[in-house]
Design a protein. Structure first.
Length: 127
């Protein structure tokens, strides 16, 4: 990825990132997914910068959810969005305790992660 990114024209790279950023408004994590991924890319090895990016994203998400309406008008679903924003915070703990070594390489684990996301979304949809 880094080798490919270094060969791309900087203008085209910026344009592509901007397009991906605006496309992200249609999916989960709205505009926060792409910047967080970029933070992992640009700040690779700098735990403090990644932690600060995650904290900033978390608090901006909370602020956007709360400031969108008066507090009296927030519905239960709005409060669920606010509370779920705190789900970013455990990532900081996990990153601080990551030892840099690759985990287990079992096919069951690998395919389990590939299957988990669509399966849990299907279960949530059926509920």
């Amino acid at each position: 990825m880094i080798v490919i990114a270094s060969r791309i024209n900087p203008f085209f790279k910026s344009f592509l990132l901007l397009v991906l950023f605006f496309c992200s408004f249609l999916f989960d994590w709205v505009p926060f997914g792409i910047p967080i991924i970029l933070a992992f890319y640009f700040y690779h090895g700098n735990q403090k910068a990644i932690r600060n990016t995650i904290l900033i994203a978390c608090f901006i998400m909370i602020w956007l959810f709360i400031s969108a309406k008066p507090l009296d008008d927030l519905t239960v679903l709005d409060w669920i969005d606010v509370i779920s924003s705190f789900g970013l915070l455990p990532v900081i703990y996990l990153l601080n305790h990551y030892n840099g070594q690759r985990g287990l390489n079992s096919p069951v684990i690998i395919w389990g992660f590939y299957a988990f996301y669509p399966l849990h979304l299907t279960v949530l949809y059926l509920i």
